[in-house]
Design a protein around this ligand. Sequence first.
Ligand code: ADP
Ligand code: NI
Length: 217
Amino acid sequence: MDKIRKYVKAKLSLEPTGHDFYHAERVAQMAQKIYVLENKIVDQSSLKIIIASSYLHDTIDAKITAEIEETKAEITALLQDDYTSAEIKAIFAIIEKMSYSKNLAKKQKLTIEGQIVQDADRLDALGAIGIARAFAFGGKNNNLIYDPDMPPRLKLTEKDYKSKNSTTVNHFYEKLFKLEDLMNTQTGQKIAHERTKYMKKFLDEFLTEWYLYKEDD
Ligand code: ADP
Ligand code: NI
């Protein structure tokens, strides 16, 4: 696992939009926690697939790299000594299919391991860390934090979603608040619910502060 961590650290340590190495590490830890809570028997091969997929999931994302094919070849080489070819295939099947935008276009079939990694990734978009990541992403993409004249777009195609022409507060409504109902596992659903509650409290406070001047009218 050290090899994989080192590789991801080198690739993502300077990633400024919340998809950095520590995001990958949190996803790996959360995914393991979900797996252990949901399964009485721990299958070592499943666990290996979950951890590798968690660490690697953002390295082949178009947002992060323009060199997707090269990166895939690097990953295959990286895994070759410690993973069977079936395990490598299982890892690619997860990291190529799990992203939110891919699933907007068409719901992708994921293995149980993939569903767990997807839940862990989505949980990292929620809660206090989720809030911080969303504003980091928005800032890097030149989005406003909030614009009262720009209502959230509640029905989004994959193209709309990728256009990034929205505010970060809108992103809460356009994606982040939808995640709790999209969780694959019960454990993920429970944690998502708590984290979403916290974000809604944050937005209440945000909008109360924003509209404070209205009371002076
Ligand atoms: P996926 O990789 O599953 O398709 P994204 O890369 O779109 O999902 O989202 C990963 C994280 O990046 C989100 O959880 C969110 O924090 C942030 N993000 C994505 N799009 C936006 C946006 N338009 N505004 C703010 N944050 C965003
Ligand atoms: Ni991610």
